[in-house]
Design a protein around this ligand. Structure first.
Ligand SMILES: Cc1cc2nc3c(=O)[nH]c(=O)nc-3n(C[C@H](O)[C@H](O)[C@H](O)COP(=O)(O)OP(=O)(O)OC[C@H]3O[C@@H](n4cnc5c(N)ncnc54)[C@H](O)[C@@H]3O)c2cc1C
Length: 307
């Protein structure tokens, strides 16, 4: 039998956005370390025991933290129940059966480098374009909340959030308030508008903001001159599944955005002096770019002006 986990945390809040999407607030039993106990953008590993099939034991998966370090009552996660799981004991299927006051396991030490210090660095004054599909929004919520709490400007932060239906737009009100009160640029976009007739906003996937028409809209929302979006004054951080990341890399190569990932840089023979301007955190495990595909490689090389 698989190992049963010893719970060390309690669900203290749960908000359901749909049957497949929820925000969970979890409180650890042990006191949190003093001060800023994680770097916004990091993740924690959450675990649950399978109640319906106890013989399957526990399962643990990484989840980005959506709360900020200053929030000491709980840690917040924005989680999708995966419709077609790959494993026999999917975490999200067990977790979605749990509500307030139920017990879970949380590895106490946050991990990961998809943070501002771990990517562009805190001194970087360029625009930050955060691109997210679905729950990939979580690390950006944490970063923006932390920036605002510390009095740092978010006026050069643009949050693109792509979802299927408008009801899936987690943190919408909070991001709208950040736009209204702090000048953050918030771009929610819905890919199945036919399923939400009340939606009158932008339609399409997050990465469609990097198609020709999308870039025009983006530049206009960011107050940039048409045709000027580029790595000299913007850096891009993408979080979510393979499709969003791969398409963002491909489409933005035409504007000179250089991916940070070593494997991609090596395959494209990007010279050292071309500093990275596109960083990503991937939630699934498919290769973001098929590096065997010569057509894709040559599209990227020519976009980046490497030929
Ligand atoms: C660093 C990191 C941070 C993560 N943060 C989050 C988060 O904040 N919120 C969140 O919901 N998930 C997040 N994930 C994904 C999460 O860890 C699990 O992979 C996911 O919840 C599925 O686990 P499962 O056990 O239910 O399904 P499994 O049967 O174990 O399936 C895992 C597979 O599901 C697919 N998958 C993963 N995430 C999704 C998704 N959102 N939509 C559709 N398919 C998916 C992938 O192909 C993945 O390999 C993160 C992953 C990583 C690596």
């Amino acid at each position: 039998m698989a190992k049963v986990l010893e719970p060390n945390a309690t669900i203290v809040g749960r908000e359901d956005l749909s049957e497949e999407l929820a925000i969970f607030q979890v409180a650890l039993d042990e006191a949190l370390p003093e001060g800023d106990w994680f770097v916004p953008g990091q993740y924690m590993v959450i675990g649950v025991n399978n109640i319906q099939e106890p013989e399957l034991g526990g399962v643990q998966r990484p989840m980005s933290i959506a709360s900020e370090p200053a929030e000491r009552k709980h840690v917040e996660f924005y989680i999708r129940r995966v419709a077609k799981p790959e494993s026999k004991n999917p975490l999200t299927h067990s977790l979605f059966q749990l509500g307030e006051s139920e017990r879970v396991f949380l590895r106490p030490k946050p991990k990961g480098h998809f943070t501002i210090p771990g990517t562009i660095g805190p001194e970087d004054e360029r625009w930050r374009i955060y691109v997210s599909a679905g729950t990939g929004l979580a690390p950006f919520v944490s970063i923006a909340r932390d920036d605002i709490s510390h009095g740092r400007s978010v006026a050069k932060t643009c949050v693109i959030h792509g979802v299927s239906r408008s009801g899936d737009l987690g943190y919408r009100e909070e991001l709208e308030a950040m736009e209204r009160d702090h000048g953050l640029v918030y771009i929610p976009t819905v890919s199945r508008p036919a399923e939400c007739p009340d939606w009158s906003g932008i339609c399409g996937r997050a990465e469609d903001c990097f198609k020709d028409q999308g870039i025009e809209m983006l530049e206009s929302k960011m107050g940039l001159e048409s045709g000027s979006l580029g790595p000299d004054h913007s850096a891009v951080l993408v979080c979510g599944l393979q499709g969003t990341i791969g398409e963002s890399i491909l489409r933005l190569s035409g504007r000179g955005f250089v991916p940070a990932e070593k494997k991609i840089r090596k395959a494209l023979a990007i010279p050292e002096e071309r500093t990275p301007s596109l960083f990503f955190e991937q939630y699934d495990s498919d290769p973001v770019i098929d590096l065997e595909d010569q057509e894709i490689l040559s599209q990227l090389r020519s976009g980046l002006g490497l030929d």
